[in-house]
Design a protein around this ligand. Structure first.
Ligand code: AR6
Length: 180
């Protein structure tokens, strides 16, 4: 289906993250881990009301960090709630905070022995992080993590539109060998 890089360990797909057959999906969450709009709303709708209850116990979560809950009615066994920064112009630590929440989600995936993890474009919707800048950080952070760890064996970047996927493809081609 999707294209892949890094020997098949990093994939790019276009679609709804709640539909993916992966061990864990990442939620673009807020610090309160409250059900919101965007991908967060879609994940809560698909997982069912138990997810909000689990989030009340798992949270709050500071910006730049992540928390884990079960996936309930989702195909994914886990949801990794990663809190990206609200974009304030880029001089308020946004790059470090965005990279931090990716790393925290990957660390939780590793601890949970999740074989595959899917990320949405954290921060780039309601939180306003410019997509090209966020994509560089996502690709670099995930790229460094898969180079240093055997698990998760497969990381999927799930874009909601073909245009967004084009931005990811460009960055993935720069960081890795172009797919054969
Ligand atoms: N599957 C994959 N990606 C999606 C989906 C989906 N079903 N729906 C939207 N996206 P956003 P943020 C994309 O706004 O900027 C929430 O209220 C979307 O096109 O969901 O981190 C939270 O509770 C965009 O590319 O997250 C927080 O309060 C990306 O997901 C706040 O919004 C992220 O957009 C977080 O804002």
């Amino acid at each position: 289906m999707g294209e892949s890089w890094a020997g098949g360990r990093i994939e790019l797909v276009v679609g709804d993250i709640t539909r993916l057959d992966v061990s864990a999906i990442v939620n673009a969450a807020n610090e309160g881990l409250a059900p919101g709009g965007g991908v967060c709303g879609a994940i809560h709708r698909s997982a069912g009301p138990e997810l909000a209850t689990a989030c009340r116990s798992a949270g709050p979560c500071p910006t730049g960090d992540a928390r884990i809950t079960p996936g309930f009615d989702l195909t994914a066994r886990y949801v990794l709630h990663a809190v990206g920064p609200v974009w304030q112009g880029g001089m308020s630590g946004e790059p470090e905070l965005l990279a931090g929440c990716y790393r925290a989600a990957l660390d939780l995936a590793l601890e949970a022995d999740a074989a595959s993890v899917a990320f949405p474009a954290i921060g780039t919707g309601i939180y306003g992080y410019p997509l090209d800048l966020a994509t560089r950080i996502a690709v670099a952070t995930v790229g460094d993590f898969v180079a240093a760890h055997e698990m998760p064996g497969r990381v999927v970047f799930c874009c909601f539109s073909p245009g967004d996927a084009g931005v990811y493809r460009e960055q993935l081609d720069i960081r890795f060998e172009k797919p054969g």
